[in-house]
Design a protein around this ligand. Structure first.
Ligand SMILES: NC(=O)c1ccc[n+]([C@@H]2O[C@H](COP(=O)([O-])OP(=O)(O)OC[C@H]3O[C@@H](n4cnc5c(N)ncnc54)[C@H](O)[C@@H]3O)[C@@H](O)[C@H]2O)c1
Length: 344
């Protein structure tokens, strides 16, 4: 294997610079190609980050011999077709979240990557944070006792102008959903990651305040396979938008987080101040610079993918892991559409 792997980015819109910046900071990978159907967007990314090649067709880009890994930063409903083409061209794949918007597409991506012996990873940058890793470990180690409740309150604001800013936003075909599938998916991924698999979902979801096809607001009652219950409240239509709140309660203790701040760490035998101090150290550098937060997570995940390619191991968030959040969100939509509980 080459010492320095060639990296490409498909889709040069809002999130693409996070990938390009991460690649620039990782020693054994080099940005060689950028691609966007709108050439000027690709040219702009090239100018800023110095890629060798510019394409307007990902099929053409995938013929490049110097290309080993691509990031997919296009509208969500296009992730699968690009990932499958990349796998067939023997390029490893880092997809932006959500991995795609249907389980069929995601299963096709996973299969294509497996058959062609390439790695498939998905950006869920919050999973790289010591805070969420520590919460997961604490609950898995049984320190809260039997889990009773795990909930996510995601009360965000996106204006009508935001939805109108790109034709794919807020559409079933390309966004695959709204407040949950696009904005909420990060914290829903964490909730599912930390609390484990779902048993049943019952939900309401609709567009209450924005002119979009998909939901701007959803509420769901959850029953996890562990027996614990939970709630998701997700919206992009409240004023003001709030930081997310995540709540985990067991029979012996509770952990509550607002934004990235622990508001309750009631874990038997642990002092909140000690734990919060350690976690604050770990995420503190990033929180002083909001842009650095997401760059850091992208960098950790892209470096992990490069290491997984070189070491032939699974990346930290592989296809099967990234599928879980989409499965849960689609169950919410199905329940809302059918007025019935959905078993997973
Ligand atoms: N991890 C995060 O925090 C985060 C944040 C924002 C967006 N995202 C995800 O990133 C993806 C892109 O979101 P965005 O906000 O950057 O969107 P965007 O609309 O700003 O950019 C998408 C780009 O893809 C290009 N494109 C469309 N079809 C293409 C094709 N067939 N080939 C090449 N280029 C094509 C468009 O021209 C556009 O420039 C979405 O899946 C979104 O969910 C993730």
């Amino acid at each position: 294997m080459k010492d320095t792997l060639g990296y490409g980015i498909v889709g040069c819109g809002v999130i693409a610079p996070w990938h390009a910046r991460a690649v620039a900071n990782i020693p054994d990978v080099e940005l060689v190609a950028v691609c966007d159907v709108e050439r000027e967007k690709a040219e702009q990314l090239k100018q800023e980050f110095g890629a060798k090649h510019v394409y307007t067709s990902y099929e053409r880009m995938l013929t490049g011999d110097d290309l080993d890994i691509i990031s997919i930063c296009t509208p969500s409903g296009l992730h699968h077709e690009i990932a499958i083409a990349a796998a067939r061209a023997r390029k490893h794949v880092m997809s932006e979240k959500p991995l795609d918007i249907t389980l069929e597409s995601i299963d096709d991506m996973i299969q294509a990557c497996r058959e062609n012996n390439v790695k498939l990873a998905c950006i869920f940058q919050r999973r790289t944070s010591a805070l969420w890793q520590n919460i997961k470990r604490t609950i898995e180690d049984g320190k809260l006792g039997k889990m009773v409740l795990g909930s996510a309150y995601l009360k965000y604001f996106r204006s009508q102008e935001y939805y109108d800013s790109a034709g794919w936003r807020g559409t079933w075909a390309l966004d695959g959903g709204g407040a949950l599938m696009n904005q909420g998916v990060h914290m829903i991924d964490l909730l599912r990651w930390i609390m484990g698999p779902l048993d049943t979902v019952f939900a309401f979801a609709d567009h209450l305040a924005r002119r979009i096809e998909v939901e701007d607001t959803a509420v769901a009652s959850l029953k996890f396979r562990s027996g614990a219950f939970g709630t998701i409240e997700g919206t992009t239509s409240v004023t003001p938008g709030l930081t997310h709140r995540m709540e985990f309660h067991g029979e012996n203790g509770s952990i509550l987080v607002e934004g990235e701040n622990v508001t309750h760490w009631d874990v038997p035998g642990e002092e909140k101040d000690d734990v919060v101090q350690q976690l604050a150290d770990n995420v503190g550098n990033m929180s002083s610079d909001p842009t650095a937060i997401s760059s850091h997570g992208h960098e950790v995940q892209i470096a992990d993918l490069v290491a997984s390619v070189k070491g032939d191991r699974e990346p930290m968030v592989n296809g099967a892991e990234a599928r879980n959040a989409v499965e849960l969100i689609l169950a919410v939509y199905k329940s809302a559409q059918t007025d019935q509980p959905v078993k997973l």
